[in-house]
Write a protein that binds this ligand. Structure first.
Ligand code: ASP
Length: 466
């Protein structure tokens, strides 16, 4: 029976059978060495060239039977987990063969042309570094889940086909075939649904949520990405920040115990951080060459509103559901200049110069929420049409609530010391939102456009214009 390579650390008696991909191959006239790799380790196999099957090349998948022996002192490889032993092969068979590789995967693939790595992502995933990144991602997700499960949170899934929510990014549209001329959008975040869960009495929610944002090409952004999303009732801003801080510290120290995490994350106001560092995501590491140093900090007291530099319109700095830090609603009836001075009950978490999360205490009062929408330039009709559902929900005794979302890809990338979030996503898209593996996006067929009703709408609107 086939065993994983890692088991050879203990089981070294008698014949064993292992299977794996050929990581390296050196054939001499009398002796050959095959380095075999499975998901657990790499092993050196010593083999008589005469029993190597024809057609075996790098990355062929082979099954080998033989017995384990200790390597001689000068042949020990201290860099390999199984570097003190080798397998003396008696039999070797090809399970499936590989065509010539587009690039080498038995080294760090980071230096290889990224478009090749993305096109052949399944090969890249065989490399040690990519595999460890996915394991790190999995381990961290497991620990975060565990932390919140133990504190009575439940994971709830929210819809991917939904209605627009203004959180600052453009949304992807999904035309509806059943309701010609109408459509859904893909969520930028589960913001409204997690607040509705609080109205629903769930009280403690989290979710690994896929978020979608149709942004212009940006070097290290993805059109779809993962948030560790959370919402909780009855906790105030400091309590939520403490909860997140504790969750992050404990989860990271379980998965990566050698990382240096500060005892207490420093807290700066937006004004302080801008004055001291000229950025709202300062890199506070003492030594930027130390890969294990994790310098977290909180930034609070952001302005509630900001003015768009192009349109001059007033926007919500975090999102419109964020509670203002005001004593009376009257403060919202002041001049624009004064409105821009109001602070938000919002908080960002920064790690080594990256914003890795953000959240806020929410508005749970429909009257106040309406006022905010009006300040943001929405008419009563627009508010009713876009947000009638959540405003109505707030009329049924909503609990005080707030939440947070961690940019999970970014957090894992920083912890892994990777330069881009693409290195910690199994199947990412390029900076231009292309999936080079499947070739998407692909041109939409006329028949498909007709079926979802888009074609006739385009025709109709052309007629109207003409
Ligand atoms: N929905 C927010 C975001 O995506 C996070 C939050 O306020 O909980 O940034």
């Amino acid at each position: 029976m086939r065993i994983n390579l890692i088991e050879l650390k203990k089981q070294q008696k008698g014949n064993v059978t292992v299977a794996g991909w050929v990581n390296r191959l050196r054939v001499h006239s009398k002796i050959a060495f095959i380095e075999v790799r499975d998901k657990t380790a790499v092993l050196q196999v010593v083999i008589d060239p005469g029993i190597i099957p024809r057609g075996m090349s790098l990355e062929s998948l082979v099954e080998i039977t033989g017995h384990v022996s200790e390597r001689t002192t000068q042949n020990i490889n201290p860099d390999q987990f199984l570097g003190k032993i080798e397998l003396k092969a008696k039999n070797c068979e090809i399970i499936s063969s590989s065509k010539e590789l587009p690039f080498q995967i038995n080294t760090n693939t980071l230096g290889i042309d990224e478009s090749m790595r993305l096109k052949y992502r399944y090969l890249d995933l065989r490399s040690q570094r990519m595999r460890s990144n996915l394991i790190l991602r999995h381990d961290l997700a497991r620990e975060l889940r565990e932390y919140f499960n133990q504190r009575d949170f439940i994971e709830v899934e929210t819809p991917a086909l939904t209605k627009g929510t203004p959180e600052g990014a453009r949304e992807f549209m999904v035309p509806s075939r059943l309701h010609e001329g109408s459509g859904y959008v893909l969520p930028q975040s589960p913001q409204q649904f997690k607040q509705l869960l609080m109205v629903g009495g769930i009280e403690r929610y989290y979710q690994f949520a896929r978020c979608f944002r149709d942004e212009d090409s940006r070097k290290d952004r993805q059109p779809e990405f993962t948030q560790f999303d959370l919402e909780v009732s009855f906790l105030n801003q400091n309590e939520i920040m403490q909860l997140i801080e504790d969750a992050i510290k404990r989860s990271i120290s379980k998965v990566l115990p050698y990382k240096e995490i500060p005892g207490q994350f420093p807290v700066f106001t937006y004004e302080e951080v801008m004055k001291q560092y000229g950025s709202d995501k300062p890199d506070l590491r003492k030594n930027k060459n130390n890969p294990n140093e994790l310098a977290f900090c909180w930034v609070i007291d952001f302005p509630l509103f900001e003015r768009d530099t192009d349109t001059k319109k007033i926007n919500a700095t975090h999102h419109p559901f964020t509670a203002p830090n005001i004593i009376s609603d009257k403060e919202l009836e002041q001049s624009e200049e004064k409105l821009l001075k109001i602070k938000a009950s919002a908080y960002d978490l920064v790690l080594n110069g990256y914003e890795i999360g953000g959240g806020s205490v929410r508005i749970a009062d429909p009257v106040l929420q309406r006022k905010i929408f009006h300040i943001l330039g929405l008419s009563t009709e627009e508010v009713n049409q876009k947000f009638g559902h959540i405003l109505e929900a707030f009329e049924f005794a909503p609990p005080p609530h707030g939440g947070f979302a961690i940019g999970f890809d970014r957090l894992v990338a920083v912890l892994a010391g990777e330069p881009s979030i693409r290195e910690v996503i199994a199947f990412p898209k390029t900076g231009e939102s292309r999936d080079l593996l499947t070739g998407s996006p692909t041109p939409l067929l006329e028949s498909a456009l007709l079926e979802v009703g888009l074609k006739s709408i385009i025709k109709k609107s052309k007629k109207i214009e003409g």
